[in-house]
Ligand binder design. Structure first.
Ligand code: C5P
Length: 294
């Protein structure tokens, strides 16, 4: 049996760090939104172990890869001794704050559970996902969601009305930012490290009610403090998008910047202008906020 799946990514419309925890992670509240740009994964039952190949030679294909770890943890938890061959066609940028690797891991858990006839209940998949990475549980579902704890406690929000016809522009500058580095640097910015809770739910409520224009809302990311200080180019990207009437923010721990345009044609137009201003080196993509119909 062979399965093919698209593995999408996300942006954080708001990422508010609430303090450092005794276990070394950071307590946070975030509003995450799916972005319908994809890597591709294929799965085939064969052999007696996990065998992973990847289109990007810079990525490991052993236990250093989240896809490999997701498959191995699924097979162990489900008590399956059969092997699995997986190919990852990487199209999304790496170390980008878009959750590409986390999405790959979540997609792998869901695909293998489907392939083997659903041996694991949703709660067990959730536990495996949280053990793989803080962002992985978000990718077990397809809605925007609030996330709490270290990011693994998900509360789905079916619809953010204000983003109905809107579209994302996503820019990756060509260099990545390490997530552990961004969190570690936060110690130098006490007000960013110790945010006041409640902002994520408030933003979700106003976007869900559809009463606010996304460009006038309070998008916020605590992790911008270290990232924009080290990489002022990211600040210039945001200024460009704001000058074009879009809300703009860094996603996750960076290095991607996203902007919200009123429509897909407007997003494409602004992306073209971005290209002529900043040149061809950045990775640039547009996508409607709502999932396109198949
Ligand atoms: O959970 P994940 O593997 O994505 O985390 C990567 C790193 O990011 C952690 O090792 C930690 O340094 C940092 N992190 C954190 N607090 C979070 C999430 C991640 O400190 N809530």
């Amino acid at each position: 049996m062979r399965l093919e799946r698209q593995s999408h990514c996300k942006v954080n419309l708001l990422l508010n760090i609430l303090g450092k925890r005794p276990d070394g992670f950071h307590e946070l509240e975030t509003l995450m939104h799916p972005v319908w740009l994809h890597d591709e994964l294929s799965f085939e039952q064969t052999g007696s172990s996990v065998a992973l190949t990847c289109s990007d030679p810079s990525l490991p294909t052993d236990s250093g890869n989240l896809v490999f770890r997701a498959a191995a943890s699924f097979l162990a938890a489900a008590g399956i001794e059969q092997g699995i061959k997986i190919h990852l066609e990487k199209k999304l940028p790496l170390a980008a704050g878009l959750g590409g690797g986390s999405g790959n891991a979540g997609t792998t858990l869901l695909a293998l559970n489907e392939m083997f006839g659903g041996p694991l209940p949703a709660g067990r998949l959730q536990e495996l996902a949280a053990a793989l990475g803080s962002d992985v549980p978000f990718f077990l579902q397809q809605n925007p969601a609030l996330a709490f704890g270290r990011g693994e406690l998900i509360e789905e929000i079916p619809h953010l009305g204000a983003l109905g016809g809107a579209a994302f522009i996503i820019v990756h500058p060509g260099f990545g930012i390490s997530t552990p580095w961004a969190y570690k640097e936060l110690a130098k910015y006490p007000s960013a490290l110790n945010g006041t809770p409640g902002r994520a739910r408030k933003l979700a409520q106003s976007l869900a009610a559809g009463v606010v224009h996304p460009a006038t809302t309070d998008l916020y990311n605590s992790l911008e403090a270290p990232a924009l200080n080290k990489y002022p180019l990211l600040q210039l990207y945001q200024e460009f998008f704001r000058a074009h009437g879009c809300a703009s923010l860094m996603s996750g721990s960076g290095s991607s910047t996203f902007a919200i345009a009123e429509s897909l044609p407007q997003a494409q137009q602004i992306a073209e202008e971005f290209r002529s201003k900043f040149g061809p080196s950045a990775w640039l993509a547009t996508a409607p906020c709502l999932k396109p119909r198949p």
